[in-house]
Design a protein around this ligand. Structure first.
Ligand code: PLP
Length: 379
């Protein structure tokens, strides 16, 4: 009997659904560099329509989508883009903005809810024709905010950012607004609004198909026709001109149709795990229940002798006593719970399309048992 593995490290570990595999197998494809792949064209135009933008561009990754946005918006030398200090663009894209695009990133502090202060933004936007200074050319907002725990940007906050940025800038130089919407469909599901409403004032949006949406590969960048025309040109230089990639785009089309309507389920299941941990009232391991909003759950370690990676390592091990204590799945075998930890204080669980109710129950059983073990040691 094999152990039950519940893999909640990331929503990137998803598998394509059977419907995706079917549609991928039969996708009509062509050379997309010649503009001849109808499946990619369909994905691009459908995504653009969903976001209320003029055009879309299929790219291999969210990292490339964000980089292209930076390159197009910051096309003047000496440009600066303002990003959150806990943003993916700043932390996890290798500084590509600087070493590939030649753009300086300035950071603005992400608050615990993932937003930033509008006063700080106003201060950071360079408003003077001063030859000493770089030119503020772009503001990037991440939604949902990953590191802060899948936080949803409130619509009022987004509207204020849009208004502030639109009234800023030197002379006729326009400042671009890009949303890193890797998980923007999660934000929409949490707020019960359309992604179009969320991204309305933004010039461009990059959305991941290969995270919670479960497609195997790719992101789509959307924006105006002119913006996408330039991004299309630059994508080739980055090595992102793909040929018969309609096979991949087919997975994305199914994701939009089949998986997007089910995202709320992931949020409900995430909340269920959070509630179970909250109920333990552990002095050692806690969650901030009222702030759990989407498919990401941050678990905070309060015990100074315990680190997040120690907790994650413990959850991945089955101790013999667990089996006699009934910490098992429906098949009677033990439970391995995989989680991720990036610093000592927070462990992260991420849910996605393939995580079902059985797996949620197993995750709750396992983590509750382990937390109680710690509570017995450190009451
Ligand atoms: C994953 C992610 C990206 C980048 O996506 P890749 O496809 O892994 O390059 C960008 N932004 C956020 C917030 C992400 O979570």
């Amino acid at each position: 009997m094999s152990n039950n593995i519940v893999d909640l490290r990331s929503d990137t570990v998803t598998q394509p659904t059977p419907e995706m595999r079917q549609r991928m197998a039969t996708a009509v494809v062509g050379d997309d560099v010649f503009g001849e792949d109808p499946t990619i064209a369909e994905l691009e135009s459908k995504t653009a329509a969903i976001f209320g933008k003029e055009a879309g561009l299929f790219v291999p990754s969210g990292t490339m989508g964000n980089l292209l946005a930076i390159m197009v918006h910051c096309n003047r030398r000496g440009s600066e883009a303002i990003v959150g200090d806990l943003s993916h663009t700043f932390l996890y894209e290798q500084g590509g903005a600087s070493f590939i695009a030649g753009v300086q990133l300035a950071t603005i502090r992400n608050q615990p809810d993932g937003t930033f202060s509008l006063a700080e933004l106003r201060q950071k936007i360079r408003q003077y024709e001063d030859c000493h200074e770089p030119v503020t050319s772009l503001i990037v907002v991440e939604n949902t905010q990953n590191i802060c725990g899948g936080k949803v940007m409130p619509l009022a906050f987004l509207d204020e950012v849009v208004a502030l940025v639109r009234e800023s800038g030197v002379g006729t130089a326009r400042i671009g607004l890009h949303m890193d919407g890797a998980r923007v469909f999660n934000a929409a599901a949490a707020l019960d609004v359309s992604v179009e409403r969320i991204t309305r004032g933004f010039d461009s949006v990059s959305v991941c198909l290969s995270k919670g949406l479960s497609a195997p590969v790719g992101s789509v960048l959307v924006g105006s026709k002119d913006f996408i025309k330039e991004a299309h040109r630059l994508r080739k230089a980055l090595g992102g001109g793909m040929r018969q990639a309609g096979i991949l785009a087919a997975g994305g089309l199914v994701a939009l149709q089949q998986v997007v309507p089910l995202i709320k389920k992931d949020h409900e299941r995430t909340l269920r795990i959070a509630e179970a941990i909250d109920k333990l009232h552990s002095p050692n391991v806690t969650v901030d229940l009222p702030t759990v909003a989407t498919n990401i759950l941050l678990i905070q370690i309060k015990q100074p002798k315990l680190t997040a990676s120690q907790l994650a390592n413990r959850l991945a091990v089955i101790e013999p006593e667990e089996l006699t204590a009934g910490i098992t799945g429906p098949n009677g075998a033990g439970i391995v719970l995989k989680a991720s930890s990036r610093n000592w204080e927070f462990m992260r669980l991420v849910l996605y399309h393939q995580v079902n109710d059985d797996q949620v129950e197993m995750a709750i059983k396992k983590i509750s048992y382990v937390i109680k073990q710690y509570d017995a040691r450190w009451p």
